[in-house]
Design a protein around this ligand. Sequence first.
Ligand code: NAD
Length: 445
Amino acid sequence: MTCRIAVFGTGYLGATHAACMAELGHEVLGVDVDAGKLAKLESGEVPFYEPGLTEVLERNLEAGRLRFTSSYADAAEFADVHFIGVGTPQKKGEFAADLTYVDSVIDQLAPLLTEPAVIFGKSTVPVGTAERLRARARQLAPAGDDVDLAWNPEFLREGYAVRDTLHPDRVVLGVDRALPGRAVEVAREVYSQLLDEEIPFIVTDLATAELVKTSANAFLATKISFINAMAEVCEASGADVTVLADAIGHDARIGRRFLNAGIGFGGGCLPKDIRAFMARAGELGADQALTFLREVDNINMRRRSRMVELARDAAGGSLLGARVSVLGAAFKPDSDDVRDSPALNVAGQIQLQGAAVTVYDPQAMDNSRRLFPTLNYATSTLEACAGADVVLVLTEWKEFRELNPDVLGTVVRGKVVLDGRNCLDVDRWRTAGWQYRGLGRAASE
Ligand code: NAD
């Protein structure tokens, strides 16, 4: 059955969700306040880098199933299913999430809902938000209690966003158990193709659905910081964290995924989500339950400082006047997202210590320039590394993993490589005459 859907927010989450809902055969209207973004999307251009999304966008624009607008009135008129996908960034100077954008969607949309409608929240929010928004939507909407609001957290990974939206590991839906509305029935219609594929569909209360998302991110952040803590111990004891990760990862109870030691996590989700989670637990009087997340955050930030230390050592004890190449700026490969990027953070710290830093990233150059305009930017790996004393690999793009150390060796001034993601073939680099250093591994002899 075809649904008429509006998606509020057309960023990484919302644009992907809108295009994928159209791909499922629904009629979709993407709504944003950013006119530049809307113009790009309308012309078939994805305003960020996400593999495979352009094709889905173009196909559905052409089929007439997907449109974009800045008008809430159009959205309220057109759709009876509304998804909220706006940002929930960290508040300035606080750990808590800034809910201004989510609140503003409800405040603008609800007064326009004269007919029965269902609103699904997808943004990541502190537990308790959905209940508050549900009451507010019903209070503001002329259709009153015929407006239902449910929470349907999003688990997509940038770089795999299309696949994750069309083939998620699970669909989670939080509803008001006491006053059930039409949300479950409507979600079944929206996701019928997914549910036909027997993707687990977990219906629960609003609070649990919100917590599924924040606790999943807390777990993932903890797993990364766990292996990075092991990396610290490996560095102190001369052990190798990559072998350790492989060996413990064979235990199915542990699992090898997300056990890659390196400069840690970043991006627009994990750091701000664990902080918002701690802040919310504090408000609920359950702050002790999450004190470990502060250490998870600390371990993560320490890895960035450690990388800077290694760069300083590699430059002979001082970065002043050193030429440093940084390969990678996005917070992870296959994305152009530089929000809280460990790579750019390290590049910035090294520059502040007096080095001339040149950055290259296959997709994140424009975003990096906007955020860190004082760094130098090159248009290729070879250009970035020309005359370098030290090369840092900080985002594990395939093109960096597969770099030829012999070729790179011809353009640098010093054959010193620091592998911030443990993604290079150590033997190959050492055989090519490079001094190699990875995080959590012994220094080269
Ligand atoms: P984003 O910054 O890329 O996109 C947010 C969009 O919302 C922007 O285009 C902005 O212009 C728009 N917006 C702001 N206020 C608006 C309003 N009142 N009406 C309409 N549009 C408005 O953010 P994102 O990465 O897409 O994240 C969105 C939410 O999804 C966050 O809560 C995030 O935690 C969550 N999430 C993100 C990912 C991810 O990988 N990016 C994954 C899962 C969950």
